[in-house]
Structure formats: C-alpha cells, structure tokens
Design a protein around this ligand. Structure first.
Ligand code: ZN
Length: 409
C-alpha cells in the first residue's frame, strides 16, 4: 500500500495542518493517517498533503480559445447565438476539440484539482465530448449540459408565457442521459414555465441544476423588465438550483436571500475582473455565512488553476474586509475543498480523514518560497505555484506525478 512518511496533512473539514508520521492509501481509500501535533509553521521544509481541489465553475469547451475574448465585452464574447465563443465552437470538430479538453483537464490535475463542475455547451454532443476527456484523464467532470440551440425567440421570451415544445423536451432527455445536470447562461434565456418544467424533470431524474446570476446588472435589469422580478429570486423560486454562479453585483438584500435559501454560491473573481466587471462581494458573502465555492470560469478567460484563483480571491477578500485580519485563509481554502460536500454529498467530501476517498494533492514545501513558512495554510492559498504540486490523486488513481516524487513502498 503506497504511503507518505513524515508529512503535514490538512486534516478534516476544518483543514487543520497536523504533523503526520504516516499517510497511507489502498485502492481508492485513505487507510492510515498517523497524526501528531498541530503544525502551522515549518523551519526546514517538508511535504504538505491537501485535499484534492474542486474547481466549481468552468467552461472547458472554450479552453480551445485561450484569451480569444480579449477586447470583447461579455455579450460580444459569450452570449448566444452569435457571440465569439459560439461561432468558434461551431467550427471545431471532435478531432480538433478533444485534445484541448484533455490538455486542460491534465493541467487541472497538475495544479492539484481532482474535480470540476462544467457548464458544457453544444447539447448532448458537447457533454459526451467532455465525458471522453474526463475518462482519458481521470479528472472528475461534473457535467452540467445546456441546449445547443436557443429554444425561444426574443418575442416568446418577452411574452414569458409558453413552455418547452416537444422537440426541446426530446433534446433535454438526450442531454440529461449523458450529463450530470443542466445549466443555462441566464434566467433571461428561458421562460418561467420552462424553468418550472426543468426543475420537475431534473428532480425526477436526480440531476443537478446550475445557473449564472447577477454577473452584471444587466441580468437583473432584463429579468425585472420582462417579469417584474430580479434574476436571483426567479432562479431560487422557479428553478431551485444547486449552484448559483457569480453573484458579482449582489446587493445586501440579494445576499440575505441567497443565505436564507441555503443555496451555494460559486464565485469567479478572476473572470469577473478580466471582463471589466465589479469584483464579487466576497467579504459580505463570508460575513453572511453563505456556502461558497470558487471557479475559474471560461477557458478563454483564465487558466483553470485553482492555485491562482485562491490567491486572487484571498487578497480581494482581505481588501474588502479592510482590517488586515479577515478572512482566515482557511475560509478561502474551504471554498476550493470541503465546502463541496454540502452540494454533492456522497463520496465527494473535499477533506481528508482515514476511511475517506484518497482524493489529495502533495505539495513540495521544500521550495525556497515555502520551506520556512510562518503560516502553512496562508502559504497553500497564496504561494504554491504549479511547479510545487508533486502529485495529484483521485480515488487513489494517480492523475499527475512529478518524477521528483516517489511514494514509500
Ligand atoms: Zn460561467
């Protein structure tokens, strides 16, 4: 059974750094964690074992177009039917597209990520393509598929009366047969009747639901103009999503609504900044005790590295708190690890404990910028670079291993 000796482990859902004489796993399960004293500082380096990271919001479909949206607005770059992303995706074949997906999932593994939750365009075909990349790499792709076409005309959306047609329901059946759930760009893309149908159909099949809300004020304004209500309240009441993405411009009442609903918010601060949008209210959401996750959003906008996302988010949050004390860096690390359990349940713990799945990454704290850290968790969040990730395992399967890293026999 492979093992690591004399390391530091971030233990349990609170991610407490502890000395660990022996960390062992067999097949897909952690079989031993011989814990010693808490350990927040290092004097002469060491190996640090962290839970495998969750990237809770991606669009890996457009990872084929890195920085392709440079100089474009959100609407020009990303909206159906004629945004740059959709025009370019339509030109790709499986042969030209799949290698980009595989390469980016490998990059995720190389940067400590074991799982991502993807808004996958291109209907059932798009979902199946990402499934192939997940199978090739071992990274867990939680696939939230969307319609390939736009089911309603602008006039139908404004009237907000009709529900899905038979052809839309057939498309939905087809994509849910491949995907883990459904996603849509905005609440303004479907009618209220369609949202209710989606909720019932996905519920009956045990599928996940996700939606972008409040990415910019336009989402709220258009929803108000069409239906008299903002996009967040409509999402919660009509669609009951497991994940609400962005919340970039959420005001105090909307933050209170999110927390009352018990829904999980997924923040993407680097993507928001890259599009010239406001930064999400990380501090206000943390103060309100919202369950939060982090994502890197479009492959066009960002590399899918949670290391970069955590560093940026921590500093944005510190600036917003404005007191140099809050938040605890552990609160940011939980957004990439243990906060996932409330959403996915099952074997998706996002933390390390004997008897749980062997989903972890090994970090090389012998590197010069890490070896004498005065705060292990802060350094995991802000100083670890891709070169410092020695290995990543999901359910005991090696997704990435640097040749520098050898497990004890
Ligand atoms: Zn997105």
């Amino acid at each position: 059974m492979p093992e690591i000796r004399d390391c530091i482990v971030l233990h349990g859902p609170e991610l407490l750094p502890m000395r660990c004489a022996r960390f062992a796993w067999k097949h897909d399960t952690i079989t031993a964690m011989e814990l010693g004293a808490p350990c927040t500082q290092l004097d002469a380096g060491g190996l640090v074992v962290i839970p495998g990271l969750t990237n809770a919001h991606t669009h890996m479909g457009d990872s084929a177009l890195p920085d392709g949206a440079t100089g474009l607005t959100l609407e020009q770059g990303f909206f159906r039917p004629d945004g740059y992303k959709y025009r370019e995706l339509a030109k790709l074949t499986e042969q030209t597209h799949l290698p980009h997906l595989i390469a980016h999932l490998r990059y995720m593994a190389r940067t400590g990520t074991v799982r991502h939750m993807d808004f996958r365009e291109q209907g059932a075909y798009g979902a199946a393509l990402l499934r192939k990349a997940a199978q090739a790499t071992g990274v867990d792709s939680v696939i939230l598929a969307q319609f390939n076409g736009v089911p309603f005309t602008q006039g139908e959306l404004r009237a907000n009366q009709i529900g899905f047609r038979a052809a839309d329901l057939a498309d939905l059946d087809e994509l849910l047969a491949v995907a883990d759930g459904f996603s849509e760009s905005t609440m303004n893309d479907l009618t209220d009747a369609a949202w209710r149908e989606l909720r019932a159909i996905t519920n009956s099949q045990g599928k996940l639901r996700a939606i972008h809300c409040l990415e910019n004020a336009g989402y709220r304004d258009l929803s108000l103009a069409t239906t008299g209500r903002g996009d967040l309240i409509r999402a919660i009441e009509l669609y009951d999503p497991h994940l609400i993405i962005h919340l970039t411009v959420a005001d105090a009442a909307e933050i209170a609504l999110l927390v009352r609903s018990g829904k999980t918010g997924v923040l993407n601060p680097r993507a928001n900044a890259n599009l010239g949008l406001p930064l999400p209210p990380v501090a206000a959401l943390l103060r309100a005790k919202a369950n939060l996750l982090l994502g890197t959003d479009n492959g066009m906008l960002n590399s899918p590295s949670m290391l970069a996302e955590m560093d940026f988010t921590y500093k944005v949050a510190k600036s917003q708190f404005g007191d140099a004390i809050s938040p605890d860096p552990g609160a940011i690390l939980k957004m990439a690890t243990s906060n996932i359990h409330a959403v996915l349940g099952g074997d998706n713990y996002g933390y390390l404990q004997s008897g749980l799945p062997a989903d972890f990454a090994v970090l090389d704290f012998n590197q010069p910028q890490l070896r004498s850290t005065r705060h292990v968790t802060a350094s995991v969040v802000t100083r670890v670079t891709p070169e410092d990730v020695l290995a990543t395992y999901r359910q005991g399967r090696e997704l990435w291993r640097d040749t520098r890293f050898v497990t004890a026999p």
